[in-house]
Design a protein around this ligand. Structure first.
Ligand code: HEC
Ligand code: HEC
Length: 414
């Protein structure tokens, strides 16, 4: 009995062990399976909130010109909820078919000419057998050439039909003036194709080599100087970023970009979507779009800024720093002669001899203290001043280089 009990106990212990092990495996498996979807749902939620914030900003700042639903307004601002902007070419299939057939045609014509040259070569006349061969080959090529020409004619007709079905879209500057710029009857086929290949999407039209997200963000940061001349019913596209003197922080610009990008329908755009757009992007004013995005702002991650300066060998210029300090950022308004902030003169030695002797700055360099004071003024407030006087957004307004220039200037203030 006792023995049985003993065995029983062992058995049940083993059983309990196995059960536990299996249970653990199920749990581990369950967590592993769900980790992925939890991550995804986290990312979705994060993107969702960014899009929501972007929607609010859009309604209050952008819809006045770009329209509540982003369809644009005539001669005021181009549509952003817009297949053309998202790279969906309304006649892309036909244009691609024509381009392909054209290429084949060139190749077939070349082959045919080579054969003809061999056939008519007086110095080296082909044998009779070869002549028969050549004639047959040329005949075959002619048939293929006719086939390609027919394919081109058909695709051209389909493209005209597609363009006509786009109705008001073409009046609203999709393919600006395609029927007058490109007279299908008289313009050389190659030129017509260059036109459609370079006007099929907005990014091709303006010659932007990067992606759409970069295009949107760059436009928001930099604005489009001169666009008011192209859009007489509005005041043009302003620079919105704080780095360019506008009202928006970098994260708000990203939220707006997320909201706009969320309009993308991929391959699902329809003719109705094309017709809904009230104004398509027009050819740009000269120099209104920088070829590459401006450098990002320095931000307020002090260690990160200093690491970048070291890695990218950023060297500040005290001369430009002085200009930035006096004119561009108006630091001097508060700091001159200690008007309402610590005096500019003596900044470097004051920091070295007074601030850095404080326990919380043990191990700091003067440079590090300066970067922190400028980008995170709230972290330490100089005695006898109240917090919040020094503006806290210089980090998002300055580039790395500008910040380095200002620091270089302040280091000369001994
Ligand atoms: C005062 C009118 C106006 C306001 C307000 C305005 N825009 Fe624009 N926007 C324009 C004009 C005009 C253009 C076309 C510029 C050009 O073609 O060079 C433009 C162009 C753009 C483009 C590039 C479109 C393209 O096809 O090239 C984007 C993206 C854009 N705006 C986003 C915004 C966002 C986001 C806001 C709100 C923060 C905004 N705009 C506010 C007038 C405005
Ligand atoms: C509106 C007034 C104002 C403006 C504009 C301003 N500051 Fe200040 N700044 C202050 C005040 C007040 C303090 C002291 C309180 C504190 O530490 O925040 C301060 C502190 C500093 C300090 C720390 C000085 C020390 O002795 O420890 C530095 C460095 C500094 N500012 C640099 C700048 C730079 C660079 C700019 C321009 C990009 C600037 N400030 C613009 C008001 C201003």
């Amino acid at each position: 009995m006792g023995r049985l009990l003993f065995i029983n106990t062992i058995d049940s212990r083993i059983l309990a062990g196995i059960t536990m092990f299996v249970g653990m495996m199920i749990l581990v498996g369950w967590v592993a399976i769900n980790e992925e979807s939890r991550m995804q749902s986290f990312v979705r939620q994060h993107n969702g909130r960014s899009i929501e914030r972007g929607a609010e900003l859009f309604a209050s700042l952008c819809s006045e010109c770009h329209g509540e639903e982003g369809y644009g307004q005539g001669d005021r601002a181009p549509g952003l909820n817009n297949p053309h902007l998202f790279g969906y070419d309304a006649v892309g299939a036909q244009t691609a078919a024509i381009t392909l057939a054209n290429r084949a045609l060139v190749r077939l014509n070349d082959n045919s000419e080579t054969l003809l040259a061999e056939f008519t070569d007086a110095e080296n006349p082909p044998s009779e057998a070869r002549q028969t061969e050549i004639l047959a080959a040329i005949e075959d090529l002619e048939a293929q050439i006719e086939e390609q020409q027919a394919a081109i004619t058909a695709a051209v007709a389909q493209r005209v039909e597609a363009l006509n079905s786009l109705d008001t879209a073409t009046d609203n500057d999709l393919f600006p003036l395609w029927d007058t710029v490109v007279d299908i009857e008289t313009t050389a086929v190659d030129e017509v194709e260059v036109f459609f290949n370079t006007n099929g999407t907005r990014l091709a039209q303006v010659g932007w080599a990067g992606d759409l997200h970069g295009y949107i963000v760059t436009t928001l940061i930099h604005g489009r100087p001169g666009s008011v001349n192209v859009y007489p019913n509005g005041t043009g596209m302003a620079a919105w970023s704080q780095t360019a003197g506008g009202p928006l922080r970098q994260d708000q610009i990203e939220d707006l970009a997320a909201y706009i990008m969320n309009w993308d329908k991929g391959e699902g755009w329809t003719t109705e979507d094309f017709i809904a757009v009230q104004q398509y992007g027009k050819p740009l004013a000269d120099g209104s779009l920088p070829s590459e995005p401006p450098p990002p702002p320095a931000g307020d991650d002090v260690a990160g800024i200093l690491a970048r300066w070291a890695a990218e060998e950023v060297v500040g210029s005290a001369t430009s720093g002085e200009l930035l300090y006096d004119a561009e950022y108006g630091c001097t308004d508060c700091h001159r002669n200690g008007a309402s902030a610590p005096d500019t003169v003596g900044t470097a030695s004051r920091i070295l001899n007074e601030r850095l002797t404080l326990p919380q700055f043990a191990g700091y360099t003067v440079e590090q203290y300066l970067v922190e004071s400028i980008t995170r003024p709230g972290d330490y407030v100089v005695d006898s001043y109240s917090s919040g006087l020094m503006p806290s957004n210089f980090g998002v307004r300055m580039t790395d280089q500008q910040l380095a220039d200002i620091v270089a200037y302040l280091l000369t203030q001994e």
